[in-house]
Design a binder for this molecule. Structure first.
Ligand code: AP5
Length: 214
């Protein structure tokens, strides 16, 4: 099964994408995570991407399109993939359609997750991320068992560099200008559906399962 999850920053794509990909045995391709790994490893791609990410701007299309094409045809994507954070504008969506057709692949579901601005701000300003494995927590909604320490690998938890109020508000503007137009791009397709992501994590996950199981 091949799925796209899209929606505004902080709506829960990463949290729910990890659960859904485990449920269906497909690979979770989170573009933000792929880019953050490249930044941490100081690869050419990471060095080019860092300043865009820190400012809350989109990284240039050429960098992310090449990266995603390699990953959707990799061995671990044989059972399918869940794209989280890609495509993020119409040019990327067109490029994705071209690469899917080139590799005789297709999409089964495009799921749009939405929540109020108030919920997005609360989620992003309270998010904590493991500095080693990237696992996500929230100060109030999913706190770690030991404060400041990852439940999975015991490494320190940090706030993401782009989770400051100033950068969050710019990310929301970039989303409205560049990513929201994907609603028109995919909105009339049979595979498109919208999930209300305002509720708690368990309830949102149940709605997502209904959306993808049909
Ligand atoms: P990316 O990492 O993709 O950031 P994002 O889209 O802004 O999304 P987030 O990771 O902030 O939020 P999320 O929806 O995954 O929410 P999460 O599950 O963590 O991208 C970062 C940057 O990389 C971009 O700004 C850009 O520079 C670059 N980039 C990435 N893709 C690109 C592309 N295609 N093209 C160009 N540039 C690209 O949840 C948030 C918090 O809320 C967590 O703490 C979680 O525990 C909590 N939470 C989740 N669900 C709930 C719930 N239902 N109730 C309460 N709390 C909840």
């Amino acid at each position: 099964m091949n799925i796209i999850l899209f929606g505004p920053p902080g709506v829960g794509k990463g949290t729910q994408g990890a659960n859904l990909s485990k449920e269906f045995g497909i690979v979770h391709l989170a573009m933000g995570d792929l880019l953050r790994s490249a930044v941490a490893e100081k690869t050419d791609l990471g060095l080019k991407a860092k300043s865009f990410m820190d400012a809350g701007e989109l990284v240039t299309d050429d960098l992310v399109i090449g990266l995603i094409e390699e990953r959707i045809v990799a061995d671990d994507a044989k059972n399918g993939f869940l794209l989280d954070g890609f495509p993020r504008n119409v040019a990327q969506a067109i490029a994705l359609n071209e690469m899917l057709s080139k590799h005789s692949l297709s999409l089964d579901h495009v799921v749009f997750m939405d929540a109020s601005k108030k919920a997005l701000l609360e989620r992003l300003t309270g998010r904590l991320t493991c500095s080693a494995c990237g696992f996500g927590f929230h100060r109030h909604y999913s706190p770690p068992k030991i404060a400041g320490q990852c439940d999975q690998c015991a490494s320190p938890l940090v706030q993401r560099a782009d989770d400051t109020e100033k950068v969050i508000s710019h990310r929301l503007e970039v989303y409205a200008e560049q990513t929201a137009p994907l609603l028109d791009f995919y909105g009339n397709e049979d595979m498109f559906c919208k999930v209300n992501a305002e509720a708690g994590m368990g309830e949102v996950y149940a709605s997502l399962l209904v959306a993808v199981k049909g």
